[in-house]
Design a protein around this ligand. Structure first.
Ligand code: GLU
Length: 583
């Protein structure tokens, strides 16, 4: 995915889009570019590499422009080169486009544009040329964009400017777009935090929208949702998305979990009653997610089955395999940080007739708009590419919902309070120290194993994912019970395993860990009890059904400090982007 932003207003637009695009860098960061419009002239400045580098190499901050659009890229079509960086222009250089998504029929579209000269390998470049063609046939810029938008297939949103037009045209289809309405100007952007310093008044756009953005607001050129473009005030403030004194967003977000859990444990949860009732009527419950959200699905399905409910966790790419089993009485829980995960969005037609509950961190997102009940994870904006607070908060929300649906409101609220209290003992210097020491021990490892049973195995999956994402160490989660059925062959002297051990299967787990010790493997234990089999002990905390939360937080810190020890920037791991909007 990519980040796109445009601004037009009374003041110089350049600082607004440069500051804004930096706040979208979590969406992709292999190249940067902008189109700056003054009078009837559009200037393109772009290059491969991170935003700061391109901006300083080309001294873009010194530019002045009435209207600007900017783009931070995560390449899908065409390599990471300056030519492929957005914005891309038509033959005349009068039309500039910044695009987020993939135009699936771009080859066919390109075949209709033989008289045009193309300079990039991107799918995006067909857009300015198509608009140019439509205008050559007598259409206005606005009508040309409407018609171009109607001819593309696949999920993609874009913003376009024309040298003879004062507005920014915005097309939303799949990828997110939101307007920011400020006193003397208007933003259009992939995400709210990009302009939050200047306004908290937003208008979420809908798929199928073509909007003209001007200095005083916006005009709808085409929509499938008439009457729904209301201006709303978003709650979070710029401080929520600032790094503050932390060196990395990831560390800040790891730390924030304590307060998020505290405030959730004292908040009114009655809004969960209606979706919980729906869940209680389901014949079968499917919980769908990708990456960390799939781990939320796995652990929630475990919990529901413990209460006798028929619940299955699935990854969206496997939905086709369940299509013949799904009945109209089945309820779906869709878990997504961004609400834009393409794999889930693409699977929605398969469950058209089913009731859906979304556990999503992004209000106004495509998924949030597609469900019967939207449960806001309310973790605040997560800027680090790897999920930390959105994993724990989504899992907690899913547990609350599941427990409400089986009449266990009091029990789950009590466990949440226990978690809140016991977390104090995780966020303490003695725990940080042992985590840092452990990070120093494992930073040179080529392979790490993460072990657990039951919910501890799900914790192992999530912990291994964090470790591989930001340390590039091959990290594999294995169900301790299956270790002896093969993987044990990989253990030799000094190989580290990280064991996640909570109460339920402690004795069985100890037996498995002894098998590793007998082969001279080393064990870092994350547990609420110091077991003899551990070479290193990191104290987790018991928290009833939420015991996986302290484990997750400790594992996040461990991965963070290994990443730091290896001099990797944990906020920007290689090859990754925050929301996966490709198939
Ligand atoms: N398909 C466009 C490109 O490769 C945009 C990529 C995206 O939004 O992920 O440049």
């Amino acid at each position: 995915m990519c980040g796109i932003i445009g601004y037009t207003g009374e003041e110089n637009s350049v600082p607004f889009v440069l500051e804004g695009i930096k706040n979208l860098e979590y969406r992709g960061y292999d190249s940067f570019g902008c189109a700056l419009k003054n009078g009837n002239n559009i200037k393109i400045m772009k290059g491969a590499g991170r935003i700061n580098k391109v901006v300083s190499d080309q001294n873009i901050s010194s530019q002045i422009a009435e209207t600007s659009i900017a783009h931070t890229r995560w390449a899908t079509n065409g390599g990471v080169t300056s030519e492929n960086a957005h914005p891309l222009v038509d033959c005349s250089g009068k039309i500039a486009v910044a695009h987020n998504g993939i135009i699936e029929n771009f080859k066919e579209l390109r075949d209709t544009l033989n008289s045009h000269s193309f300079v990039s390998e991107t799918d995006t470049e067909v857009l300015p040329h198509m608009i140019e063609d439509e205008m050559a046939n007598g259409k206005s810029f606005e009508d040309a964009v409407v018609s171009t938008a109607g001819k593309t297939k696949g999920f993609s949103s874009f913003i376009a400017i024309h040298s003879d037009n004062n507005n920014i045209l915005a097309v939303k289809n799949g990828s997110p777009l939101v307007l920011g309405i400020k006193k003397n100007g208007t933003f259009v952007s992939s995400d709210v935090p990009s302009f939050l310093k200047h306004t908290n008044k937003v208008v979420y756009l809908f798929d199928g929208d073509v909007i003209s953005v001007n200095k005083t607001g916006f005009k709808i050129l085409k929509t499938l949702n008439p009457g729904k473009h209301k201006t709303r005030e978003v709650k979070f403030s710029y401080n929520d998305i600032d790094k503050g004194d932390y060196k990395h967003f990831m560390l800040k977000e790891i730390m924030e979990q304590k307060d998020l859990i505290s405030s959730l444990s004292s908040s009114d949860l009655s809004y969960l009653k209606d979706p919980a009732y729906l869940l209680s009527t389901a014949k079968k419950v499917y919980i769908v997610g990708s990456g960390s959200s799939f781990h939320v699905a796995l652990i929630t399905a475990n919990l529901m089955r413990d209460f006798g409910r028929d619940a299955t966790a699935i990854q969206p790419q496997d939905m086709y395999n369940y299509a013949k089993l799904i009945t109209k009485d089945d309820v779906f829980i869709l878990v997504s940080q961004s609400g834009e995960t393409m794999d889930i969005i693409e699977s929605l037609p398969l469950i058209k007739g089913n009731k859906k509950i979304g556990i999503i961190n992004t209000e106004g997102s495509t998924l949030a708009n597609s469900v019967d009940y939207f449960i806001n994870v309310n973790a605040g904006h997560e800027k680090s590419v790897v999920a930390t607070k959105t994993f724990t908060m989504s899992a907690i929300m899913a547990f609350l919902l599941a427990m409400f649906s089986v009449g266990q409101e009091t029990e789950v609220v009590n466990d949440l309070k226990l978690l809140d209290i016991n977390l104090y003992n995780v966020y303490v210097p003695s725990v940080y120290k042992i985590i840092k020491d452990s990070a120093a021990k494992i930073k040179k490892e080529k392979t790490l194993f993460f072990l657990g049973r039951g919910n501890d195995y799900v914790s192992a999956l999530e912990s291994a994912l964090k470790m591989k994402e930001i340390t590039y160490i091959h990290s594999e989660a294995i169900d301790s019970a299956t270790f002896k059925h093969g993987p044990l062959a990989l253990i030799s002297k000094g190989i580290y395993s990280i064991a996640l051990v909570s109460n339920r299967f402690k004795d069985l787990e100890i037996n498995n860990l002894k098998e590793i010790k007998a082969r001279n493997g080393k064990i870092i234990g994350i547990s609420d009890e110091n077991l003899e089999v551990f070479d290193v002990f990191i104290r987790s905390q018991p928290a009833g059904i939420f015991s996986f939360v302290p484990q997750a937080i400790i594992s996040q810190m461990l991965a963070y400090y290994v990443s730091i020890a290896k001099r990797i920037d944990p906020d920007h791991p290689r090859n990754l982007a925050k929301a996966v909007t490709t198939k």
